[in-house]
Design a binder for this molecule. Structure first.
Ligand code: SAM
Ligand code: SF4
Length: 452
């Protein structure tokens, strides 16, 4: 894909990444861009000329952690290294980063990554204050053919960037900018290119993948070739060579029955949907500005439960949102029973800069948030123990991910996105697909043996 670097091969960079899959994939694109610009990636700060830190600010005191880490880097400045802060904390704190840490030369939010080559030129010219902070209203996505994917079998494709939903607790619309989709033409071209390179699993990425809106194609594609999200999903699933397609994250408001129809119709679409609910209480959902109520959420679950294949459903929950009462929390616990999730990612509500919920009354004390989190996770552990047991005796196809030498097991992943550790007479290479009989279960994984 990429030609040989055109510039000084000695320029080196080190990149550290925090946060979600979007950040991980952004970093793959940033690495590809830097390599194309003549830089070489190195494994330690000591070896690097340029030190980049791709940050996340979704929860906790992320900005404080970034400043703490940057103060660790201070000692390296004397060695002539250049420092850059990328991602959500960069966008959120902006030029304040230069004031608090004057040895940082680059502050760049994710909406500006497509301008990185230009920013690198400015840095190389000795500019001490290079910013990429003004692109949150852009319609452009960060598209590059130089993505440095770290896994040779499974790869991400971003289909939509930013978010227009403005949930009351969330920084994403402020840090990642307005919602903008790539053309289906460009997404499909990337999927074909990945299949040609030997990838068999594709994960479509976006803060809300199913809010996807196919823009006008640049190369004059006829209007009627525009695709809905479900159509795009099906089309990626039909790319020759692709055996598995996943997508994350889906927003319940925009989750249509057509997505379930696509899963029914296209066997390569995985039997798994991540549909964050955040709360089981309509009152709290309203305060969170989630744009759906409990019944509407459960309606989507009913659609999935009536699919031809059993779809594994996972979710995100926030406990202790301002004003969440015991009975609101009980409604969330009750929802866990009603849905029967295969995994729940639960978080204590974390007040975030610039968000409307920051100034809401009735904050829940941290100890109470911690208690609710523990109660919820313990309940979910029980639910998963029961749900995972049901797989015992069944045969699941896995994609081999790695070998666990210590246990003499292979680590596989099922279409339901479950980890299935199994034994086999001889090692199978990562990326291999194999049938495995499930012989045991735990709350978070399955155990099995290769079917010979
Ligand atoms: N767009 C997705 C959606 O609407 O469900 C979620 C994307 S967000 C990056 C991932 C998860 O982080 C959310 O689902 C939510 O549970 C959690 N999250 C976001 N802001 C939070 C906050 N202020 N405190 C705690 N958890 C938060
Ligand atoms: Fe954040 Fe809500 Fe947008 Fe998800 S939909 S990224 S939670 S604002």
């Amino acid at each position: 894909m990429s030609g040989a670097p055109q510039h000084d091969a000695q320029k080196t960079f080190y990149l550290e990444t925090f946060g979600c899959q979007m950040n991980a994939h952004d970093s793959e694109k940033v690495v590809g861009t830097l390599v194309q610009e003549g830089y070489r990636q190195v494994g330690t700060v000591e070896q690097a000329d340029l030190v980049l830190y791709n940050t996340c600010s979704i929860r906790d005191k992320a900005e404080q952690k970034v400043f703490n880490r940057l103060s660790d880097y201070k000692k390296y400045k004397k060695q002539g290294k250049t420092f850059g802060v990328l991602g959500c904390v960069a966008q959120q704190e902006g030029e304040k980063i230069f004031e608090r840490t004057p040895y940082v030369s680059l502050v760049c939010g994710s909406a500006s990554y497509r301008n990185l080559p230009n920013m690198l030129i400015q840095i190389e010219a000795g500019n001490q204050r290079v910013t990429g902070l003004d692109d949150r209203k852009t319609d452009e996505c960060f598209e590059t053919e130089f993505t440095a994917r770290t896994n040779p079998h499974r790869g991400y494709i971003t289909i939509i960037e930013g978010c227009d939903k403005f949930c009351a607790y969330c920084v994403v619309p402020y840090t990642r900018g307005k919602e903008r989709s790539r053309t289906s033409e460009s997404v499909l071209a990337e999927a074909h290119q990945m299949a040609d390179l030997g990838y068999t699993e594709i994960q479509l990425l976006g803060q809300n993948v199913n809010s996807y809106k196919d823009p006008e194609g640049k190369s004059g594609f006829p209007k009627n070739s525009k695709k809905t999200f479900a159509e795009l999903l099906a089309a990626v699933g039909e790319v020759p060579g692709i055996r598995r397609v996943r997508f994350t994250t889906s927003h319940p408001r925009d989750f249509g029955r057509d997505i379930v129809d696509a899963i029914d119709a296209v066997p390569t679409l995985c039997d798994h949907v991540h549909l964050p609910v955040q709360s089981g209480s309509t009152r709290v959902l309203d305060a969170m500005q989630r744009l759906y109520n409990r019944d509407q959420y459960l309606e989507r679950i009913t659609w999935m439960r009536s699919a031809k294949r059993e779809i594994s459903i996972t979710t995100d929950v926030i406990v202790g949102f301002p004003g969440e009462t015991e009975s609101d929390f009980a409604a969330t616990l009750d929802l866990l029973d009603e849905v029967g999730y295969d995994a729940v990612f639960a978080f204590k509500y974390s007040p975030r800069p610039n968000t409307p919920s920051l100034s809401m009354e009735d904050a829940i004390p941290d100890a109470e948030k911690a208690r609710r989190l523990e109660v919820l996770m313990s309940k979910q552990r029980d639910i998963q123990t029961t749900r995972y047991k049901k797989y015992i005796g069944t045969i699941c196809e896995v994609m081999v991910e790695a070998k666990n030498e210590a246990r003499s097991q292979l680590i596989g992943r099922t279409t339901h996105n479950k980890t299935l550790n199994f034994t086999a007479p001889e090692a199978l290479q990562p990326g291999t697909y194999a049938p495995v009989r499930v012989t045991g279960s735990f709350p978070n994984s399955l155990l099995g043996e290769l079917v010979i």
